[in-house]
Design a protein around this ligand. Structure first.
Ligand code: G3I
Length: 362
């Protein structure tokens, strides 16, 4: 190693959190109570992340288990952890077709659904008001395969309330927490396939319609559940889409980044290399857009990734989708994140200033 490289290595910030601070970026991970109470994982998360999101704890099923009872245990402990470690928090989520409690599915009707949605949002976003950097207000409302001209998913919310449920949710969230950046969050928007292209068009149409009607929305969440394959995708259509989203004056957050390796051969080192290369290429491209202000991975270590139950590998080996392995050692994906962050343009300092403002409130 030449002396230039050696001095770079000596002076380069070690953690993702330190790299992100240099660029006024948010970087972080989804977490669960189990992870945050494991001392080794907690230590890693406190060092690497300046923003957290609950993987499940703030979803209806967990936070609103019966009609007249809320359970804020998981959400509260995540906020406590974040406040102790001076981390921002994303809220996930206020309105989704999935992980709804049984009571809702049994009792919701077209006549009471709007009130149920409004009162849920008032209670949950109200409890954490002023302490959430951004809320995923509506999650995954678009599914082009359902065949509607507007691309909306034929979800329980759509069936009960029609497309107005989105407006109800965003307005209720704004009323409950006027400080949070209100986000529409979705998947399958990133890669270069006809399905992703159609979904980008429908999401853009939805965001445009929300903005035209002055509905309070501030950001798009690109979930970024990527799939590793033989080649690295071409991101030019994604970048054009991001430019159009920016024209609507929306920020962009990478909210659930991970890489499904189920199509890759078994050797771990080979998978880690391909996964890392995809992280690096994706992040370098999206970070060219200054509107991209946050990068969160869907978990910090390969232990416990949702992909092992959702899309297990045919050879039964555990997937390796995240920046740290099951022993909490950094993988090529970690170095890829660091390198992409260190190479991007610095974001405006206002963003981290805004975060310190709500950290003071928590
Ligand atoms: O809480 C129960 C537990 O009591 C029970 O013993 C156990 C047995 O299976 O299940 C537990 O619930 C599981 C829950 O995760 C909590 O671990 C559910 O079965 C399981 O379906 C649920 O999966 C979550 C999934 O959302 C639900 O759709 C994943 O953990 C979570 O990572 C995943 O996250 C979603 C985002 O919210 C939205 N974007 C996609 C992303 C990945 O699917």
């Amino acid at each position: 190693m030449g002396s230039g490289a050696a001095s770079f290595a000596a002076s380069a910030p070690a953690t993702l959190r330190e790299c992100a601070a240099q660029k006024n970026l948010l970087v972080g991970t989804a977490g669960s109570s189990k992870q945050l109470t494991d001392p080794n994982v907690a230590d890693l998360i406190s060092k690497q992340a300046n923003i957290l999101v609950a993987e499940n704890a703030m979803k209806w099923q967990h936070i609103h288990p019966s009609q007249d009872r809320f359970d804020f245990t998981g959400g509260d402990s995540l906020l406590r952890f974040a406040s102790e470690h001076r981390q921002a928090v994303r809220g996930h989520n206020l309105c989704w077709h999935n992980q709804l409690p049984v009571w809702f599915q049994e009792r919701a009707t077209s006549s009471n659904a709007a009130d149920l949605l409004r009162s849920h949002i008032a209670a949950v976003a109200g409890r954490y008001a002023g302490r959430i950097q951004s809320w995923d207000v509506v999650n995954e409302a678009v599914r082009v395969e359902d065949g509607r001209p507007d691309g909306l998913r034929n979800s329980i919310w759509l069936r009960l309330l029609g497309p107005q449920y989105l407006e109800i949710a965003f307005r209720a969230a704004f009323e409950a927490d006027p400080h949070a950046l209100l986000t529409y969050n979705d998947y399958d928007l990133e890669q270069d396939s006809p399905l992703h292209a159609r979904k980008r068009r429908s999401v853009l149409q939805l965001l445009t319609s929300l903005r035209e009607r002055d509905i309070p929305i501030h950001a798009l969440g690109l979930q970024s559940h990527l799939k590793a394959g033989a080649t690295i995708p071409d991101w030019s259509n994604l970048l054009r889409f991001l430019e159009q989203v920016e024209k609507l004056k929306l920020q962009i957050f990478i909210t659930e980044l991970d890489v499904d390796d189920s199509k890759l051969p078994a050797p771990a080192a080979q998978r880690d290399r391909v996964v890392g290369a995809l992280y690096e290429d994706y992040l370098k491209h999206v970070l060219k857009r200054d509107s991209v202000k946050a990068i969160l991975t869907w978990g910090i270590s390969d232990a416990g990734t949702w992909l092992n139950s959702f899309n297990p590998r045919k050879d039964s080996l555990p997937q390796r989708p995240l920046p740290f392995d099951g022993e909490l050692q950094p993988k090529p994906a970690f170095f890829a994140m660091r390198s992409a962050i260190l190479q991007c343009r610095s974001r405006h300092a206002d963003q981290l200033k805004a975060v310190s403002t709500f950290l003071r409130r928590s």
